[in-house]
Design a protein around this ligand. Structure first.
Ligand code: NAD
Length: 504
């Protein structure tokens, strides 16, 4: 048995006030390997409102002390966590593949994103946190400072089980907040590993609290808890909108990173081979389960046939399998209900008279039967208004939509309720810049697929994808800090702004 296999099947608790404890109700749930459902990755605390209350109380108690720790000191903890992540990258990536299914190279990339975020945030710990602004009066100094919000709730999805929690936790903690973290029920082990690392790196007890469990049972009470001042949520539109409604009612800050229906536009002058490379990586990387996954290919008539032919031939060669096998290109999807949902969209595509060009079925023969495997799928003859071209499928399915020119391609690309990531392949500089100007999304790529965000830049989307916040990059702090404006009058007399300025 490998060291990694020896890790499987253990029972884990919640992290509350620096202690690992079972859920108050004593219940657990299992996380299983999506490539082999018979393999139980671990048993996890099934938390309820009582556990969330405990976690929030611990955070409330710990937050003032943490906020008083100088920011460079807080940054050192994040820095050490980054080093521990780097030391354990291989082992964490292998566990991630078992828990979530993505192929090992991508799991390593997911951990690397966490490492990059730690390095970036550790550096931010010595950067300015405000501005000195001139006053209109003499002997008066005005400046701003970013201050922590207090206790924040972070709720994450399963598709980037290390990267997304790092995107949230690291800036939130660096800013001086205490955090209660509720990870996705499909990937609790990665969250536990991250909490262990942050604890080992020196985070004081109670500054980070982790409650595992389901959305309605543990996520909703976290959002509703009166001591939670801000909620950072990444997940589906439906849940995001519910959370936004609750936060609106309770007067809390909320940041939302939701779904996408991302597209690549392929112009007649594009490098077709490069565009096919991009479509394959964007569409089938992580089995299409990225919020930025390429799910629509909008192709100008002149190159439609050659692009589609090359794409379908290459998709047909993608090898489906366990992500730990180096020969695998496409791993399993996260769970059985997602597998059925993906297949239901294939049926919808048939009903809408789109043409199935390859794939379109659950792989259940032999070893595939114990996992959640869907054959990489391409639909052709798709019209922009079809449901398969409008709704997020979140699986290895892409649709090819014909367009006559750039104007029509841009119209189609912009024609969904989402606005996360759009891309254009062209050799024409003017077309590239027109696309940059006209595409309505938080992220635009030229000659690269819709995936591939780097942590030092803002990340997020427009329209239903988000609510205007941006994670990562310098904008990460906007999510997790308040601005405080400070006026210091050292004139020794009453000075009235707007009035005692020497103007009539
Ligand atoms: P999901 O919305 O089902 O769950 C996300 C998290 O919310 C989980 O931790 C879940 O337990 C919790 N949750 C569920 N119901 C809740 C409730 N009522 N109150 C509080 N919390 C609740 O999403 P998912 O299936 O885990 O993830 C897939 C979705 O996430 C896709 O739509 C994808 O596009 C989106 N996503 C977006 C981004 C982005 O940055 N824009 C990144 C990754 C994933």
């Amino acid at each position: 048995m490998s060291a990694e296999e020896a890790e499987l099947g253990k029972t884990y608790g919640n992290l509350i006030g620096g202690e690992w404890r079972a859920a108050r109700g004593g219940e657990t749930f299992d996380s299983v390997n999506p490539a082999r459902r018979s393999e139980v990755v671990g048993h996890f605390a099934r938390s309820s409102r009582a556990d969330v209350d405990d976690a929030v109380s611990a955070a409330v108690a710990a937050q003032p002390g943490w906020a008083r720790t100088p920011m460079p000191g807080r940054a050192e903890v994040i820095d050490r966590a980054g080093r521990l992540l780097a030391e354990r990258k291989e082992e964490l990536a292998r566990l991630m593949t078992r828990e979530m299914g993505k192929v090992l190279t991508e799991a390593k990339g997911d951990v690397q994103e966490g490492i990059d975020m730690a390095k970036y945030m550790a550096g931010q710990g010595r950067n300015p946190i405000g501005e000195v602004v001139p006053s209109e009066l003499r002997d008066k100094r005005c400046f701003t400072e970013r201050v922590p919000i207090g206790v924040v709730g972070c709720i994450s999805p399963w598709n980037f089980p290390m990267a997304i929690p790092c995107w949230k936790l690291m800036p939130a903690l660096l800013a001086g907040n205490a955090v209660v973290f509720k990870p996705a029920e499909d990937t609790p082990l990665m969250a536990i590993r991250l909490a262990e690392i942050l604890t080992e790196a020196g985070l004081p007890p109670g500054v980070l609290n982790l409650v595992t469990g389901f959305g309605e049972e543990a996520g909703a009470p976290l959002v509703e808890h009166p001591a939670i001042r801000a909620v950072s949520f990444t997940g589906s539109v439906d849940v995001g909108q519910q959370i936004a409604a609750t936060c609106g009612r309770l007067g809390k800050r909320v940041s939302l990173e939701l779904g996408g229906k991302n597209a690549i536009v392929v112009t007649a002058d594009a490098d077709i081979e490069l565009a096919v490379d991009g479509a394959l990586w964007g569409g089938f990387g992580t089995a299409g389960q990225r919020c930025t996954a390429t799910s629509r290919l909008i192709v100008e008539g002149a190159v439609l046939e050659s692009f589609t032919e090359q794409l379908v031939a290459r998709v047909g060669k993608l090898r489906l399998g366990d992500g730990l096998d180096p020969a695998t290109d496409v791993g399993p999807v996260i769970n059985q209900s997602q597998l059925q949902r993906i297949h239901s969209y294939t049926e919808i595509g048939h009903q809408e008279s789109a043409r199935l060009l390859t794939g379109g079925s659950v792989a259940s023969d032999g070893a595939f039967g114990d996992g959640n495997f869907y054959r990489p799928t391409v639909f052709g003859d798709v019209r922009p208004e079809m449901r398969i071209a409008q709704e997020e499928i979140f699986g290895p399915t892409v649709v090819v939509i014909p367009a006559k020119d750039l104007a029509e391609s841009v119209r189609i690309a912009n024609g969904t309720r989402y606005g996360l990531s759009l891309s254009i392949y062209t050799k024409d500089l003017a077309k590239a810049f027109h696309a940059v100007d006209l595409l309505e999304s938080g992220i635009v790529y030229v000659n690269a697929p819709t995936i591939g965000a780097e942590i030092q830049l803002p990340f997020g989307g427009t329209k239903w994808t988000g609510n205007g916040h941006r994670e990562a990059g310098p904008t990460a702090f906007d999510e997790f800090t308040e601005w405080k404006t400070i006026y210091i009058d050292y004139s020794g007399r009453l000075q009235r702004a707007q009035i005692d300025t020497g103007r009539e």
